[in-house]
Design a protein around this ligand. Structure first.
Ligand code: ATP
Length: 277
């Protein structure tokens, strides 16, 4: 089974004294979804960028047992798709242009995208629910529309390993569930999926494995059902967190588990009552 593995990965950003990542060892399996959770600044983006070779030169990273550093640039682009948190467009690309960029690793030198490449790109936009925006300029699109276009680009790339940095961050409820369904669906095709989020509910909903990252160290990792719980999340975020199991509803949905942080003011005896104010 293909897997994306990091072994004892450490990384210090240029100009920093303290390392951002310290001895990280994780494993994302093919056919699985690994979710990275952690507070702001804990090193999630840095780790994801190391996993795909954008930082750290691929040191300590293996795909299918082969060092990432041994992959040519083209091989790497065909094997790994990366969706950054924010996409900047200098040129006035349309969303279709952005999506078809995902086909670049599959084109020969000096060739332009074929009708088939454009069809794949437009299908990807359609799958993300933004087919109607194909001709819309990326730089004039909303944050959520940009995020969806970048995910469409990754899907058009058709890579076996897909790494997404906070893919649901700018999205409404409908689009969040769409992306989580797409992530889970891509994994069932045998691909390796890794994503980060600030919403542990999304780990519970779509991931098989979780890695909890704090101060550049792995606080806990393993099966989501074991690792994502009141104790670990409270320790991770330094705020009490509760998980609640919801039974199956009459509408046919559930059972499911949701989690939420407990605000100081909502603890027993300290609740704010609007009528008292
Ligand atoms: N290019 C850089 N140069 C110097 N320090 C950096 C750079 N990028 C990130 N850092 C630092 O590395 C640490 C981890 O940042 P990173 O973006 O990986 O965290 P994160 O967990 O993704 O955060 P967030 O959830 O807020 O997006 C932070 O302290 C950040 O300031």
């Amino acid at each position: 089974m293909a897997a994306l593995v990091a072994s004892d990965v450490s990384f210090t950003h240029a100009g920093n004294v303290a390392p951002t990542l310290r001895g990280i060892s994780i494993r994302a399996e093919a056919g699985g979804v690994l979710c990275l959770l952690g507070p702001n600044g804990s090193g999630k983006t840095t780790l994801l960028r190391c996993l795909v070779g954008l930082q750290g030169g691929g040191a300590g990273i293996e795909i299918d047992g082969r060092p990432l550093s041994s992959f040519s640039e083209g091989e790497r682009a065909r094997r790994i798709a990366y969706v950054p948190q924010h996409g900047a467009a200098v040129f006035p690309y349309t969303l279709a242009d952005i999506a078809v960029l995902g086909r670049t690793p599959h084109l020969g030198s000096f060739t332009v995208p074929s009708p088939d490449d454009w069809r794949i790109a437009l299908d990807s936009l359609g799958r993300l629910g933004i087919g109607h925006l194909a001709n819309h300029p990326f730089n004039l699109s909303s944050g959520g529309e940009r995020q969806l276009a970048l995910i469409a680009r990754a899907i058009a790339q058709d890579a076996a390993t897909i790494v997404l940095d906070e893919p649901t961050a700018s999205l409404d409820f409908a689009n969040q569930t769409r992306i989580l369904d797409i992530i889970a669906g891509l994994a069932t095709q045998g691909r390796t999926l890794v994503f980060s989020t600030h919403d542990p509910d999304h780990a519970l909903a779509a991931a098989t494995q979780a890695v909890l990252l704090k101060h550049g160290l792995v606080l806990a990792q393993g099966d989501v059902a074991h690792v994502v719980n009141d104790l670990t999340l409270s320790a991770l975020y330094d705020v009490p967190v509760r998980l609640v199991s919801l039974g199956a509803g009459d509408d046919g949905f559930g059972p499911m588990t949701v989690c939420f942080p407990v605000r100081r003011s909502s603890r027993l005896g300290k609740s704010h009552n609007l009528r008292e104010n």
